[in-house]
Design a binder for this molecule. Structure first.
Ligand code: R5P
Length: 295
């Protein structure tokens, strides 16, 4: 059996250790040297036959460089199999050239990762216009793991909830959460007007009057989408609103604005380290990686 270890930089040691524990594999930290001019140099631990690199790619402009340099170091150490676990996979939202002069960021970033790793595992990737993650990564093995189970478990409690999504793209999460917690579903219509400006509409919100609502989405970044949805739902008479998001990319100020808008509870998975993390994913990630520790 090939020796395998889960490795991560210090800032992601906690979820990486939890994954290693769930897999029954050792955890090894990667050292990161910072030069005075801001350049970085990872120093990877003693070689293993295979490496599971845990590196969620929020703060991508910092983390991508360190990760790609580490991949080079692993190969130079003779690592034969390199598996990247990036619970949040960055730059997928720019999945087309929306206006002349823009890049196709998804293809640039996925191209780099696909060339560096043998397999990439992520969680609820923003694949709304990307049919095939493996193809985007240049044909390497790739999986998009669903966080619906742990998120539904963390949200569960309110009786007869209405599970609401703020836009058509959130429909798969609405459906998967509602299958687990029960209740009705409702999907709103969104028009984006800028990075932090959206307009939401709903033909009929009567279903939420006096009912608990679970408002779910894959990403919360500026918070504009969820804050607008909370406004509509409150006006429509929702009894209590809980929010569930997979990737918590929002800051403390946005969290305070969501609470001030009337959100009772905010629950996120731990794909991005955040004060709202109540749905750990080590279990579902380990399940998807079982074949790596068995071979
Ligand atoms: C969009 O397609 C996503 O599913 C989210 O709705 C979006 O990224 C949320 O962004 P924000 O919090 O900035 O409105």
């Amino acid at each position: 059996m090939t020796s395998i270890a889960v490795q991560a930089f210090a800032d992601q040691a906690a979820p990486a250790r939890a994954l290693a524990l769930a897999l029954g594999a050792p955890f090894r930290p990667i050292a990161l040297h910072r030069f005075p001019d801001g350049e970085v140099m990872p120093v990877v631990p003693a070689p293993a036959g295979a490496v599971i690199a845990y590196c969620s790619l929020d703060h991508p402009n910092e983390r991508l460089i360190a990760l790609l340099l580490a991949a080079d170091a692993w190969r130079r150490q003779g690592v034969e199999r390199l598996v990247l676990v990036a619970p949040y996979l960055c730059y997928l939202r720019q999945d087309k050239v929306f206006h002349p002069g823009e890049p196709l960021s998804r293809d640039v970033i996925c191209g780099l990762l696909g060339a560096a790793f043998d397999r990439v595992l992520t969680v609820d990737a923003h694949l709304h216009r990307t049919r095939n993650l493996s193809q985007a990564l240049g044909g390497i093995e790739a999986e998009d793991v669903s966080a619906a189970g742990p998120l539904a478990e963390a949200l569960a409690g309110p009786k007869r909830p209405v599970v609401v999504g703020p836009d058509a793209e959130s429909e798969p999460w609405v459906r998967r959460i509602a299958e687990r917690v029960g209740g009705e579903t409702l999907v709103l219509h969104k028009t984006r007007r800028g990075d932090a400006a959206v307009r939401l509409r709903a033909p009929d919100l009567s279903a939420v009057r006096g009912r608990p609502v679970m408002l779910v989405d894959d990403i919360c970044s500026s918070g504009a989408t969820l804050i607008a949805a909370v406004g509509l739902l409150r006006t429509a008479g929702a009894a209590a609103i809980d929010v569930g998001v997979v990737h918590a990319l929002f800051d403390a100020e946005t969290e305070a604005r969501l609470k001030a808008a009337g959100v009772q509870r905010i629950v996120s998975t731990d794909t991005v380290a955040h004060s709202t993390n109540h749905a750990p994913l080590a279990g579902v990630l380990a399940k998807a990686l079982r074949d790596e520790v068995k071979s």
